[in-house]
Design a binder for this molecule. Structure first.
Ligand code: CP
Length: 309
């Protein structure tokens, strides 16, 4: 029981068996969340720190709630209000948190590879909560949990992902994880937002939203990440919505029992209209709940490895 590595840096580092262990553990954790008493003692006597260099609502809060539900001491640091704003380096900041006896550091950073850089220098386990345009493994795991609750198997399932593919660490982590479990990923978005050579990851690049979504078992919209664009990559929001949004008509092309996902936060009226965000097929709110369950599972399995050493 437990993960093989000290750290959870990306879906690249997880085996198919480890992914399934996290998903199965998260199913159990979901029972804790839905019970009247959310307190467990799995992390009693342990400490968890969230270190966020980028904004977050879902990821940070769900990690903080997950660690509190499991009885750990938890604290958070953001760039504003910490010595990061006095120019302290990433490594010095991480080492300072480590030397206070922290067991798990959960970090989000705008630089791809930042958690991989600090992890070998620390006793604490490092969890990647999103690094630049590289990976967001716990988002992919919660997305996969949401699918796992509806699929008997991932093998051969068609997953359609539409939107800003280039800037999305979510699509990269999902593509890696879903491929390991035998699902097939198709993507579509503006050419200016499509990474060169993405097909080498085993992803199919569709020719239109309709081509991407047709016969899909699950459909995911992605946020247009304006904050990562140095210059505009599409003419206008209206044109983006016209050519690339997941509309009710597009969603009808998916399989009849397909469901709609979005990692959040959503630009309503851009990547999808509010009517789709709120439609009967939408499981976006359930993804949020599953985020807490998956993060409880990750913390539990990382701590199980530490306890077994
Ligand atoms: N999906 C996601 O990572 O959301 P936050 O930025 O709110 O954490």
């Amino acid at each position: 029981m437990g993960l093989k590595s000290k750290d959870l840096l990306g879906m690249k580092q997880l085996t198919a068996e480890e992914i399934m262990e996290i998903l199965d553990t998260a199913k159990t954790m979901k029972l804790v969340i839905s019970s009247g008493n959310k307190k467990t003692s799995h992390l009693q006597g342990k400490s968890v720190v969230t270190l966020f260099y980028e904004n977050s609502t879902r990821t940070r809060l769900s990690f903080e709630l997950a660690s509190k539900y499991m009885g750990s001491a938890s604290a958070n640091i953001t760039t504003s209000g910490s010595s990061v704003n006095k120019g302290e380096s990433l490594l010095d900041t991480a080492r300072t948190i480590d030397m206070m006896g922290t067991d798990i550091i959960i970090m989000r950073h705008s630089q791809s590879g930042a958690p991989h850089f600090i992890a070998p220098h620390l006793k604490a386990s490092v969890v990647n909560a999103g690094d630049g345009m590289d990976e967001h493994p716990t988002q992919a795991l919660l997305d996969m949990l949401t699918m796992y609750e509806r699929f008997d198997t991932f093998e051969g399932k068609n997953i359609a992902i539409c939107g800003d593919i280039y800037h999305s660490r979510v699509v990269r982590s999902n593509a890696i994880g879903l491929s390991k479990l035998g699902a097939k990923v198709s993507v579509y978005g503006p050419r200016t937002m499509m990474p060169v050579g993405i097909e080498k990851m085993g992803i199919r690049v569709a020719s239109s939203v309709a081509d991407c979504i047709k016969d899909a078992d699950a459909v995911m919209g992605l946020r247009v990440q304006l904050e990562r664009q140095q210059k505009s990559l599409f003419p206008s929001v209206a044109e983006y919505a016209h050519f690339y949004a997941i509309t009710p008509e597009m969603l009808e092309l998916a399989k009849p029992d397909a469901f709609l996902m979005h990692p959040g936060p959503c630009n309503h009226g851009v990547e999808l209209p509010t009517a789709v965000y709120d439609c009967d097929q939408s499981v976006i709110n359930e993804q949020v709940t599953n985020g807490v369950a998956v993060r409880m599972a990750v913390l539990y399995l990382l701590m199980a490895r530490r306890n077994n050493l």
